[in-house]
Design a protein around this ligand. Structure first.
Ligand code: CUA
Length: 361
């Protein structure tokens, strides 16, 4: 056997294969480190969806709870790894040591390692459950009420007391709480603005609640859907604009107005086309015959910063692209019931409709 082995190794190239395997492993370890460092460094870049930069009471509470849990986990980690390291070093084997005796069961140790994690989870659950319940309790008096509804694939915002319906862009004031009632018109969606509130589901035939008080005005947060809801789940965003009380009042006043009457011939032609081309089945423009409620209310569409659920800047070129072929912006659009089909009219007609929509400030 002893004489056969080196020959087998030589003939099969086993050592070569082993050494190649070892060098590949070393390379993969280096690659793994490089990936880890890249991931760590990429988190240094300024990124809008940042739960560590809260701008409301609710987001700050969530950040503090997260830091508390991380701190607790770090303490547990240091104790466990410290004990493990100490045991490995203290009871390390020496050449010639006898085989250690096998140990079966130790009631006291088993009770301790069952009870301690239970205790830790109870400690974590107390502030967690407290925050979940307080964030969906009744908001402070004087709050702005918003009914937010998820649709495939956009968010609708209705202010029942202010008689405003809009989409894709939520305005909230500083100095007051905003109290939101959430539901879904179709499938389950998730509703999250990382710097303003924690994720909460929008569930069909069910109401969820969340309230928050923003800290500073002149601030816009990008929110998004957090529940897989179809092909354009990742393209289902919205913006939250935090206004000063005066700016919020001005926004409310504008949103409460009916749509402006088109002044130029092209916009007038666009309005006629809009009213005749089937757009009215889904969209409302207050002050016109368009009263559909399946798609976003377009009464003040030109006042919004973005269109197509936060996917395109609000300008004529974006609108043209969006109306002509919505699926090029949001996959699945037009292929599902209640999503926008591609326009079947000429580019020139779409351009007129866009010219009209761009007047709806
Ligand atoms: Cu809506 Cu994902």
């Amino acid at each position: 056997m002893r004489s056969v082995l080196p020959r087998v190794v030589a003939e099969t190239g086993l050592m070569r294969r082993v050494s190649r395997h070892v060098s590949v492993s070393r390379r993969s370890i280096v690659a793994l480190w490089a990936v880890c460092v890249a991931v760590l460094l990429s988190s240094c870049a300024p990124y809008p969806e940042n739960t560590f930069a809260p701008e409301s009471n609710n987001a700050a509470d969530i950040k503090n709870l997260f830091l508390f849990i991380i701190l607790l986990a770090a303490v547990v980690y240091v104790i466990v790894v410290g004990l493990l390291g100490y045991t490995l070093w203290r009871y390390r084997g020496k050449p010639g040591d006898p085989r250690p005796a096998a140990v079966h069961g130790n009631t006291r140790v088993e009770i301790i390692w069952t009870a301690l994690p239970v205790l830790i989870l109870v400690i974590i659950s107390i502030p967690t459950l407290g925050l979940i319940f307080s964030s969906q309790a009744a908001a402070p008096p004087g709050s702005v009420q918003v009914d937010a509804t998820g649709h495939t694939w956009w968010f609708e915002f209705t202010y029942p007391d202010l008689k405003i319906t809009t989409a894709g862009e939520l305005h909230v004031p500083t100095g007051r709480a905003t109290s939101m009632t959430l539901t879904s018109a179709d499938v389950q969606h998730g509703f999250w603005s990382p710097r303003l509130w924690g994720k909460r589901d929008m569930i069909p035939n069910h109401l969820s609640y969340i309230w928050f008080t923003p800290d500073k005005a002149g601030f816009v947060d990008d929110g998004e859907c957090t529940q897989l809801c179809g092909p354009s789940h990742a393209k289902m965003g919205f913006q939250v604009v935090v206004d000063t009380p005066a700016a919020f009042d001005a926004w409310v006043k504008n949103q409460q107005q009916p749509a402006v009457t088109p002044a130029t011939p092209e916009a007038q032609r666009g309005q006629q086309l809009f009213l005749q081309s089937g757009c009215t089945a889904c969209h409302t423009i207050t002050g016109t015959a368009a009263g559909g409620t399946i798609g976003p209310n377009l009464t003040h569409v030109a006042s919004r910063r973005m269109i197509a659920a936060d996917q395109l800047p609000n300008n004529a070129a974006s609108m043209q692209r969006w109306i002509k072929n919505p699926a090029s912006v949001k996959p699945g659009e037009g292929q599902f019931p209640n999503t926008m089909p591609p326009a079947t009219i000429s580019d020139a007609d779409i351009a007129s409709i866009v010219a009209y929509l761009q007047t709806l400030k």
